[in-house]
Structures are given as structure tokens and as C-alpha cells.
Write a protein that binds this ligand. Structure first.
Ligand code: PEP
Ligand code: CO
Length: 456
């Protein structure tokens, strides 16, 4: 094996010698150290072998042989930890993945923004309301959302609580995905009541019925369906933005098999658009862990910057190691993305290109709520596919913010959520999410694009 081009000086704590954006002002250094020590002594949440399995799967996506569905909350909430919430979050992703697999005949790699997505970067460190100014809400891993001084004070014990919530969430996800719930014979059960009655819910039922028929056909041909694990279990991975580096460092462990370091807080970690500075602490941290990693890239990114990201995060050119998540905006994607994709292609880099059609399409509605238009989201994904089609590269996946619930946060879709209706059920802690209906509708849109791509 060729020697690794990674710097040998990396340690889980070496990010501390670099400038770290977006870190909370914890105030009490002793309380922070107590929390981090507690985390260092707790067991890992995921295992190195699982992170390696995801990297191998993403390697297939880098070769155009699988499609990534990365989806979930913008910001998970400490107040939403119930079996039903976890089951429903899984259901919508399983449903979407059935739609995509059925349309394209490609394996879908399922990666939830779940079990750790508790920290948010903010454009303003302070929020002003009337004549009071308080620290901005940075996610439940850091502080509370209520606008009062006590809630907004960063509390290091929240890091420990985030770990325990992630642990409970993962425990149930593992039970659901390996214990029968994700069995392909249960495909009808993943349709939720309020979605089932909608046009896309009925369209989903048609696919579910076709899968039933296919399974009966195979059984009738004498194929032993009972013993085939792939029909009864799914691989479901977790990811979050590696933002609060003390938390990520404390959960980084050396794998006993390989001696390599893995951040065992999730299978995949990414750097956000606000924390991907060259030479900054976030890239330094991600450069040394052996998990698959990702980085957001917005419309201002230059080809040179993106190639530098590849060098920093994937010096060994390992397929599946690096995903680049383009978040350009519907109006910019067709101009801003091609030079980046072309530069990466011409450098012979095997990255997975993923489309985040959410974060470049956010604006304020007439009543001041952050929202996104369903049609802009679809338009950005269409632009993303068109760019890859023109350059002969693979549109490797999508990165979505969604909830299984019947919320009114994004405009449009078949139930035509209108501007004046956003406050009917606007519940997000941070960015506007697609609701269950909109998510399934989007899966059908993406399925059509992917099918056209496969048949081209
Ligand atoms: C996010 O994914 O929630 C986010 C903050 O994205 P970005 O870094 O692309 O703005
Ligand atoms: Co977001």
C-alpha cells in the first residue's frame, strides 16, 4: 500500500492550534472540561467498522453505482425524543429510498441528519429583540431557544445531554433497521396516514404493491426470500455537522484494529459553508479522522478553493472518503457549479457530488418566517443533474432538510402551502423543512431525474 499523504502530526486535539469559527463562549472553562472529560469516558456511539462500511458504499456512489440520500432535521431538538418521532423519521427516509431505488434501479445509501445534529452555525453571534441583546441560539447542544438570558447562556452539560440523546436515538434506529421494521414486506407500513391519502401517497402505494408482487413472484420461482438479509434489514447511517469541536474531539477514538482515529459521534461528519476556511480548525479536525467526511460548497467557492479542500480532506484520493455538498441556490447552480465539477473531474478526484437544494434557497416570507419554495428546491436539483449530464460526471446524491410531520415551513408542493399559511404549523428550531408530503413528492421528482440519467 502507498504511504499515506496525511500529515503525521495530527492528533484529535490538534485543531486547537487553529482558528475555530462558530465556537460558543462557554464562560466557565472548568465546567466545560468536566463535561468533555465525561464524554471522553463514555462509550463510542458508532464503530470504526461501520464508518468504513459507509465509506465503501460512498465509494460506489463516487463511481456512479449508488445514490446518496442524506436527509433529516436542520436542528434536532432535545424536546423531541420519542419512539414515534424516531420511527417516523426513519419511515419517511425508507419511503423516499424505495421510490428512488424503484425509479433508478440503483442502491440508495441512507444517511440521516439524526442522532447528533444538535449544533448550528449562526451568521450573527448576538440576537437583538427590542433593547435586549443575547447570544444567538446555537442548537440544543449549546443553549436554549427561548429569548432569555438564562436559556441563551451556553451550558457545557448540554454536550453530555446531546450524547445521551444521540445514544437513545441510535439504539432505536438500530432496533428498527435490523429488527424487522425495515423488512421489505413492511413497505406499506411506511406510508403515514396523512401522506397515504395524498396523490403521492397513492403513487407510493402503487410501488409498494409492485414490490409485493415482485416478492411473491420470486418466492413462487423458489427463491428463498427468508434467508436473504438484504430483504429484511437496511443499513442506515448517521451524520451531522462537526461544528462544536470539543464534542467531536471527545468522541474521537483510536480503532483497535487499524490504529486509525475515528470520530465515533456519527458515521459521517461534515464541515459547513461557514467553517470550511483553509487552515481553519474544522478542516484540521476532519483531515485526521478516518470516517467518510463531507464539505458544503456555496456559490462563492472557486475551483482552486475546492481543489484545496480535496487536498486537505482527501490527500490519499480514497473513493468514498470525500463528498462535496453543493448548495448553490436555484438561480446560481447552472453557472456556479460547472467550473467546480470540471476542476475536480480534471484533477482526477473521485469525490461524491451531493446536491443540497435547501440552503441556497432560503428567504424571509411576508410575515418574517424563514422559508423555501418547493419549486426552487426542485429547480436546483434539476440544475444539478443538468450540470453533471453536460460534464459527464455523476450526480451522486441529495442532502435535504425534512420532517415526517405535517408542518407548514416550505411553500408549495401539491398541497400548495401558501405564504400566509406558514404560521399554521411552523415548528422548526432553525431552517424550514419539507413536510412528509413534500418530501415524498420530491422523491418522485428526483426518481424521474435519476431514471432519465440511468437510461441516458
Ligand atoms: C445546514 O446544513 O444546516 C447548514 C447550516 O448548512 P450550510 O453550512 O450549507 O449553510
Ligand atoms: Co439548515
Amino acid at each position: 500500500m502507498a504511504p499515506s499523504a496525511r500529515p503525521q502530526s495530527w492528533r484529535p486535539e490538534s485543531w486547537r492550534d487553529h482558528a475555530a469559527e462558530q465556537q460558543p463562549d462557554w464562560e466557565d472553562a472548568g465546567a466545560l472540561e468536566t463535561a468533555l472529560k465525561e464524554l471522553r469516558n463514555l462509550p463510542p456511539l458508532v464503530f470504526a467498522g461501520e464508518a468504513r462500511a459507509l465509506k465503501a458504499a460512498l465509494g460506489e456512489a463516487a463511481r456512479g453505482e449508488a445514490f446518496v440520500l442524506q436527509a433529516g432535521e436542520c436542528a434536532e431538538s432535545f424536546d423531541n425524543l420519542s419512539a414515534d418521532a424516531i420511527r417516523d423519521a426513519l419511515k419517511i427516509i425508507l419511503q423516499m429510498s424505495v421510490v428512488l431505488t424503484y425509479a433508478a434501479g440503483l442502491p440508495v445509501i441512507k444517511v440521516g441528519r439524526i442522532a447528533g445534529q444538535f449544533a448550528k452555525p449562526r451568521s450573527e453571534a448576538l440576537e437583538r429583540l427590542g433593547d435586549q441583546e443575547l447570544p444567538s441560539f446555537r442548537g440544543h447542544m449549546v443553549n436554549g431557544i427561548d429569548f432569555d438570558a438564562e436559556a441563551r447562556r451556553p451550558d457545557p452539560q448540554r454536550l453530555v445531554r446531546a450524547y445521551h440523546q444521540a445514544s437513545s436515538t441510535l439504539n432505536l434506529l438500530r432496533a428498527f433497521t435490523k429488527g424487522g421494521f425495515a423488512d421489505l414486506t413492511q413497505v406499506h407500513m411506511w406510508n403515514r396516514e396523512f401522506v397515504a391519502a395524498s396523490p403521492q401517497g397513492r403513487r407510493y402505494e402503487d410501488i409498494a404493491a409492485a414490490i409485493d408482487r415482485a416478492l411473491r413472484f420470486m418466492a413462487a420461482c423458489g427463491i428463498d426470500l427468508k434467508s436473504d438479509v438484504a430483504l429484511h434489514q437496511v443499513d442506515f447511517y448517521t451524520c451531522h455537522e462537526a461544528l462544536i469541536l470539543g464534542y467531536e474531539e471527545a468522541l474521537t477514538r483510536q480503532d483497535s484494529l487499524t490504529g486509525e482515529f475515528y470520530d465515533c459521534s456519527a458515521h459521517l461528519l461534515w464541515a459547513g459553508e461557514r467553517t470550511r476556511q483553509a487552515g481553519g480548525a474544522h478542516l484540521e479536525f476532519l483531515s485526521g479522522i478516518h470516517n467518510p467526511v463531507a464539505c458544503k460548497v456555496g456559490p462563492a467557492a472557486t475551483p482552486a478553493e475546492v481543489l484545496a479542500l480535496c487536498d486537505a480532506l482527501d490527500p490519499d484520493g480514497e473513493p468514498g472518503r470525500l463528498s462535496l455538498i453543493a448548495r448553490m441556490g436555484a438561480g446560481a447552480v447552472r453557472e456556479a457549479l460547472p467550473p467546480l465539477v470540471a476542476a475536480v473531474r480534471d484533477a482526477g478526484r473521485a469525490v461524491v457530488w451531493v446536491c443540497d437544494p435547501m440552503h441556497g434557497n432560503t428567504f424571509l416570507s411576508s410575515n418574517g418566517l424563514k422559508t423555501r419554495r418547493f419549486e426552487d428546491i426542485v429547480e436546483e436539483i434539476k440544475g444539478f443533474f443538468a450540470v453533471h449530464e453536460a460534464l459527464g460526471t455523476f450526480p451522486g446524491g441529495v442532502h435535504l432538510e425534512l420532517t415526517p410531520d405535517d408542518v407548514t415551513e416550505c411553500l408549495g408542493g401539491v398541497d400548495a402551502v401558501l405564504d400566509g399559511q406558514l404560521d399554521v404549523s411552523y415548528r422548526t428550531l432553525c431552517d424550514p423543512r419539507l413536510n412528509g408530503n413534500q418530501s415524498l413528492e420530491l422523491a418522485f421528482e428526483i426518481g424521474e431525474l435519476l431514471q432519465a440519467w440511468v437510461r441516458r
